[in-house]
Every structure is written in structure tokens, then in C-alpha cells.
Design a protein. Structure first.
Length: 600
């Protein structure tokens, strides 16, 4: 690989031009999010029972749900809560289900939904159907775009307007997964039984509720073959009005049919309100827009806002639609801030390279490795299915300093070989080959540090796995660039200069041999003129010389022990600072803030 890159620098240049174009395309097409995808092997189940106690919820709802959930494959742990909602007076059942690590979450969610749907008929009257929800950590629960609709309408009319007019329009927007509406009151049929009449007929509320539930059913009628495919034919019956409920037969009493209207009154009404949401003394209804997976949050938000502006004419007079929080604006602000910081970091890195390398040409070569390594890493991120978010961009930023190290070592060694008098191509090949093993070993030791992050469990995977993988991708890209791009470009540039004198100029300490014109005839010796070393080299050399003098055998054993004692003291002081002033046992809170807690 090294030989090919040196002998054919034009081919390498064309290859890196292609890499750059692919990296730019990847940058434009990688989905952008504020935080990474929160797909975890965990699901939540929630249901309510109006006017019930936690004890009743535990016995008649939670226990049956647990038994059904345990039959789902891949279940590792089930945690349940049965409690009372002080606001509504209802009992609430919350179940958290943790699955094995490699579980297919789409499949188990479907299986879980089917088992819970089959259990609904066995639950007590008044229990809401259990809802399966994707688990989302607290730090990631505000990644949607909330809207509020308010105006001079009844709360029920406002909710109907959102459900019937706004939601269908927004669900057609490309990239929108679903729209969830909050607030208002759902339409219900309230059936009030006459206790004396049902007792006289030997009926009870459960029997009436069961008979009404039987009005809606789905039954398999057979199979139909069409084009070699067997299709199931099903018959579905459902009630269409409150009159059908009133005319439903409950039993036959002495040849007379007893219907619901004979023992109860049926009202087409709305459920009881448990909360009120108002803006400027007018009712309000909220809804949230959720995007699909692997789509650009900023682009979806822009399309949603454009669609909302386009349908402004469908709102009744006085109705306003308010965007409470636009996540895309947060992402744009974050990305703009990262661009500014990255630009400042790039300028600082180039200045540092220029100060230490003392050559625009050398600094430019090393600096170019950052750009190409990042472009290669962007390609890897795109094809690996990751998104650009705060954590992955942080990983790219962390790789800046690590990327430069490999390029500097390779380029420095190539220039050293050039100083020794080797030809440009030979110096590039020998210089790169000589440091191949130590650079690869040093890079792999850094990668090993990030391997444990891949095996983290639970919510920690969301924070650290993308970060660790992106840093690893950047380091691997830097290895590729250091041993292909650097040797090829160094051999091309160094080929225009003289070996020895000009080839090594500008890389740290250079020793130039020049003929001594003042020597007598016959004296064929040459005089070496050594450039003054940079300040940082002289400082390091002074410390190294003092340390080496202290470790000479004639000073043994006092001075060598003093050197070891100084190192031990520095280590001990560092440990003291860490033990007394570094916080440990801290988890991330909202937006990176720290939060400590103890759970018993």
C-alpha cells in the first residue's frame, strides 16, 4: 500500500478527491438530530382504572398483565407499579419490560400487543385497554415539536378540529411518523343503569357491559385464493350510533325482549375532564409531531412548518396555532456553535503546527490529514447508520488532536530520511515503513480504551457508544491517511528540492552541511553548521539532561531515588486531588447537567 501510494501520487490524489466528494455527500445526507436515536430493548405498558384502588388494580389488572407479558419471548425483567393518580382519582398500572440485548424489538412489540389485546376481554369493566409505549429516557423525552391550538371554541370542538383537519394534513408530510394530540375530551357513550330494574331481572352491570361489547366483533369467514396467494376473509361488526346501543337485546322475559333502553339511559356525551388547559382564557389543545427514524430532523421540521403555513386558511375564525418549542432551531443553534468552535479549533491547530514545524508547507500537509480523516469518518458514519448529533460531533472533535499525531510522526520521519541523503521517493517509503508498527500499536492502544463502551448496558449505551465508535472511526481513518496521503504528498513535494539540505528544512532541528571555503587547499573536511534548536526542544533537552545526570552510577543511590521520589510525589498529589475534589457516582441530568441521587 505504501509503495503504490509513493510511486503513483497522481492516483492517490484522485482517490482522495473521490473520498472528499463522498464525504461531502455523506455530510449533506446524514440524518441530523439533537440527540441520538433512543432505541433500547425496553418497553412500557400503561393502563388506568377509573375510581379503583391500587390494591384492586394490583389484583385484577397488574397480575394478569404480568402473566401475559412473561410469555413474550426475550423478556429479561418486569417491573410494575400500581398507584393512585391524585389528580383524576384513578388507579394507574405502569409496567416496564426489559428485554435481552439482541432482541428484535419490532417483533416483540407486535407479539406483546397481540397478547395484551387478547387479554382485554378478561379485564374488569372500566379498565382502559393497555397501551404499549416505546421506552424513552428522561434526557431524550423532549425531542419532539410541541404545538398548541387555541381559540374561541368549545374544548370539544377544538379537539375535533385538531383531529379531523390538522392531524390528517401533517401526517402526509414526508418524514412525519405520527402526531399525538393531548387535551380535550374523548367522545363516549354514557350508560346509566336503573339499579332496581336490573336487580328485578337478575342482571348486573358486568352482564350489560359484556352484551354491549359483543356487538363489536371480528370473525374469520374463510380463505380465498387469489393469484396463488391465500387471503383471509373476515367479518367485522361494529355499532354506528347510540340508537343501536339502546335497541340491543339483553334477555327475553316471558316472550318479551328486554333491551338496554328498558333498564338504562344512553347519552352521547364526552368523558369527564381531569385537567384544563387555557391560553388567554380560551381553551387549548396540544399536539406533538414525531419524526420517522433515520430522517433529518431539521428538514422534517421545515416541511411541517411550511405545511402549517399552507393550511392556515382552514382554521375557524380566531383559532391560533402556536409552536411551543422548535427542536430544529435548537439543532441549528448547536450546529452553528459547533461550526464556530470547529473553525476556531482548526485555526489554533494550524497555528500550533506552524509554530512547532516552522514551515507553511509542512503545516499544510499535516493539517490536510484532519480534513481527509474527518471526510472518511463521515462516510463510515453514514454507511454505519449513525446520525449527526451532539455526541457524534463531539467524537469527531475529540479525534482532531489524535489525528494530527500520526501524520506528524510519519512526516517527521520522512524528512529525517531525506536529511540523510535519500531520494524523495525512497525517503517517503522508508520513513513511513519504519514507523508503521509503532504508530499502529499506539493507535490500537487508544482504540482499546473505547472498546468497553460498546458493551455498556441500558441508557449508558445511548451516551457513550456513538461517541466511542466515531472516535474509533476517526482514528482508523487517520491511520489510512497517514500511510497513504502523507508519503505520497511528501515524496512529490520533496522531489523538487535537493536531498539533505533543502529536503529537511522546516521540520524541527535541521543540520545543514556546507563546504568550508576558507580551508586550505587539500583539506577535504567540511564544517557543519547547526541551526539553533527551538525553545521547546531546548527546554525538554535541559530537563532530560538533568534527569540523566542524576541517574549516573557515581551518584547512586541518592540522586536516582530523588528522581523516583519526585515522580511518586506528583502521582500522590494527583491522587489526593482526585479523591477529594473529583465528583464520582454522578449521572447525566437534563442537557448534560449532573444529578446525584440514591435509590433504596
Amino acid at each position: 500500500m505504501i509503495r503504490m501510494s509513493i510511486r503513483r501520487p497522481v492516483a492517490v490524489s484522485m482517490a482522495y478527491l473521490g473520498v472528499a466528494l463522498l464525504g461531502i455527500a455523506a455530510w449533506r445526507n446524514i440524518p441530523i438530530e439533537l440527540l441520538p436515536d433512543t432505541e433500547l430493548p425496553q418497553l412500557n405498558v400503561r393502563t388506568e382504572w377509573a375510581s379503583a384502588s391500587p390494591e384492586a388494580m394490583e389484583a385484577f389488572v397488574t397480575a394478569p398483565l404480568e402473566a401475559a407479558i412473561q410469555q413474550v419471548r426475550g423478556v429479561e425483567k418486569i417491573t410494575t407499579w400500581s398507584e393512585e393518580d391524585t389528580n383524576s382519582g384513578s388507579a394507574i398500572c405502569r409496567i416496564t419490560i426489559e428485554f435481552e440485548r439482541d432482541t428484535d424489538m419490532d417483533f416483540v412489540r407486535l407479539e406483546l400487543s397481540e397478547r395484551l389485546a387478547a387479554l382485554e376481554e378478561e379485564l374488569p369493566d372500566g379498565v382502559r385497554p393497555p397501551q404499549v409505549q416505546q421506552y424513552t429516557p428522561q434526557e431524550f423525552q423532549d425531542q419532539q415539536s410541541p404545538f398548541t391550538v387555541t381559540g374561541p371554541l368549545m374544548l370539544e370542538a377544538l379537539r375535533e378540529h385538531v383531529d379531523e383537519r390538522i392531524v390528517p394534513e401533517l401526517t402526509q408530510v414526508d418524514g412525519v411518523a405520527t402526531v399525538q394530540v393531548y387535551g380535550g375530551r374523548d367522545r363516549v357513550l354514557a350508560i346509566r343503569l336503573d339499579e332496581d330494574k336490573i336487580n328485578a331481572l337478575g342482571l348486573n352491570s358486568y352482564m350489560v357491559a359484556q352484551r354491549i361489547a359483543d356487538l363489536e366483533y371480528v370473525a374469520e369467514a374463510g380463505l380465498v385464493e387469489s393469484g396463488g396467494v391465500l387471503r383471509t376473509v373476515a367479518i367485522r361488526n361494529r355499532t354506528e350510533s347510540a340508537d343501536e346501543i339502546r335497541r340491543t337485546a339483553l334477555l327475553t322475559d316471558g316472550g318479551r325482549i328486554v333491551r338496554v333502553e328498558d333498564v338504562a339511559t344512553v347519552h352521547d356525551t364526552f368523558e369527564e375532564a381531569y385537567a384544563h388547559y387555557r391560553i388567554d382564557a380560551q381553551p387549548a389543545v396540544a399536539f406533538r409531531v414525531y419524526k420517522e427514524a433515520r430522517v433529518n430532523t431539521v428538514q422534517v421540521a421545515d416541511r411541517v412548518k411550511a405545511r402549517i403555513d399552507a393550511i392556515a386558511g382552514i382554521h375557524p375564525p380566531g383559532v391560533r396555532l402556536i409552536l411551543d418549542d422548535d427542536q430544529s432551531e435548537d439543532i441549528k443553534a448547536q450546529l452553528q456553535d459547533l461550526r464556530v468552535r470547529a473553525s476556531i479549533a482548526a485555526v489554533v491547530i494550524f497555528v500550533v503546527l506552524l509554530v512547532f514545524l516552522r514551515s507553511f508547507r509542512s503545516a499544510g500537509i499535516v493539517f490536510a490529514t484532519i480534513a481527509f480523516s474527518i471526510l472518511i469518518a463521515l462516510n463510515l458514519i453514514y454507511f454505519s447508520g449513525f446520525t449527526l448529533n451532539v455526541l457524534t460531533l463531539m467524537g469527531l472533535a475529540m479525534g482532531f488532536g489524535l489525528i494530527v499525531d500520526n501524520a506528524i510522526v510519519v512526516l517527521e520521519n520522512i524528512y529525517r530520511k531525506r536529511q540523510e541523503g535519500q531520494a524523495a521517493a525512497a525517503a517517503a517509503e522508508a520513513g513511513a515503513r519504519q514507523v508503521l508498527l509503532p504508530i499502529v500499536a499506539a493507535t490500537l492502544t487508544t482504540l482499546i480504551v473505547f472498546i468497553p463502551f460498546v458493551y455498556l448496558q441500558g441508557e449508558l449505551r445511548i451516551y457513550y457508544v456513538p461517541l466511542a465508535i466515531v472516535v474509533g472511526m476517526s482514528l482508523l481513518a487517520s491511520l489510512f491517511v497517514a500511510f497513504t496521503f502523507i508519503p505520497a504528498l511528501a515524496s512529490k513535494i520533496n522531489g523538487h528540492g535537493r536531498s539533505g539540505s533543502e529536503g529537511g528544512r522546516g521540520m524541527g532541528v535541521s543540520v545543514v552541511a556546507e563546504a568550508d571555503g576558507g580551508v586550505e587547499e587539500g583539506d577535504h573536511h567540511s564544517r557543519l553548521t547547526t541551526h539553533r534548536a527551538p525553545l521547546y526542544v531546548r527546554f525538554y533537552s535541559a530537563i532530560l539532561n538533568v534527569t540523566l545526570r542524576l541517574t549516573r552510577r557515581r551518584h547512586w543511590p541518592v540522586l536516582p531515588l530523588a528522581t523516583v521520589a519526585v515522580a511518586a510525589a506528583v502521582f500522590g498529589f494527583s491522587y489526593y486531588l482526585f479523591y477529594n475534589y473529583v465528583n464520582r457516582g454522578i449521572v447525566w441530568g437534563r442537557w448534560g447537567s449532573s444529578d446525584t441521587y440514591i435509590s433504596i
